[in-house]
Ligand binder design. Structure first.
Ligand code: 5RP
Length: 228
């Protein structure tokens, strides 16, 4: 039987073939992306891709890329990535998704929006008819996090601080907290996104609507569905 990791690996291997030599590449975060970096490194070893630049969305991915001999640039050092490969926590048939399970949503959204082409790689467990079934991460400033916790609770969004294993609050790359909204399915994602976009103290949220161009879905039957 194919394991979930094997499915992630299959989608990642296919995505590694999409990278054009000499291009500027964006690389996301997560276990599926970790397989992508392995596949990219293997391809680069066989025939050097001479990438013009690589940007990434977490220190984890940065370390893995650097361990494989890639130089990683800051987003501010490039204009736009030609292609960004990232994972997702949930994706629906409209190609809208929930991201940020790994806590990297702010950088992921900034890299995605500054990329000419975005591709998500997922195994089929991530595919849903309606966005939900996964807590929606909202990165919030510590200064007003308690007020936001109360506001989201009042508004029926069932927020919970993301915690580390030792019970302390998870802190993002930018020194903020994450409130995971545990409503499922999400009521009208576009409405929720604009409510969150308009809430002072919210740095970013994990609703990625209209942001990806393609999704590669590795399925248990051995095929890879290609949504565009
Ligand atoms: C990190 C993300 C990841 O892309 C998402 O959590 C998917 O991760 P994985 O491939 O490990 O399932 O959004 O913030």
């Amino acid at each position: 039987m194919t394991t979930q990791d094997e499915l992630k690996q299959q989608a990642a291997a296919q995505a590694a073939e999409m990278v054009q030599p000499g291009s500027i590449l964006g690389v996301g975060t997560g276990s599926t992306v970790a397989f992508f970096i392995d596949a990219l490194a293997a391809r680069n070893q066989k025939t050097p891709l001479n990438l013009a630049a690589i940007v990434t969305t977490s220190s984890r991915s940065q370390r893995q890329l650097e361990d494989n001999g890639f130089h990683v640039s800051e987003l501010a050092e490039i204009d736009q990535a030609d292609l960004t490969i990232d994972g997702a926590d949930r994706v629906d048939p409209q190609l809208d998704g929930i991201k940020g399970g790994g806590g990297a949503l702010t950088l992921e959204k900034n890299v995605a929006i500054n990329s000419k082409h975005n591709v998500w790689i997922v195994d089929e467990s991530k595919v849903v008819d309606r966005l939900g079934g996964f807590p929606l991460p909202v990165e919030v400033l510590p200064v007003s996090c308690e007020q936001l916790l109360k506001k989201f609770t009042r508004d029926g969004l069932a927020p919970q601080f993301r915690l580390n294993e030792d019970g302390s609050r998870y802190v993002t790359h930018y020194g903020n907290y994450i409130l995971d909204l545990t409503v499922s399915p999400l009521p009208i994602p576009a409405g929720l996104a604009s409510y969150l976009d308009g809430t002072v103290g919210v740095v970013e949220h994990g609703l990625f609507l209209n942001m990806t161009d393609e999704v590669l879905i590795a399925k248990k039957d051995g095929t890879i569905a290609h949504w565009v």
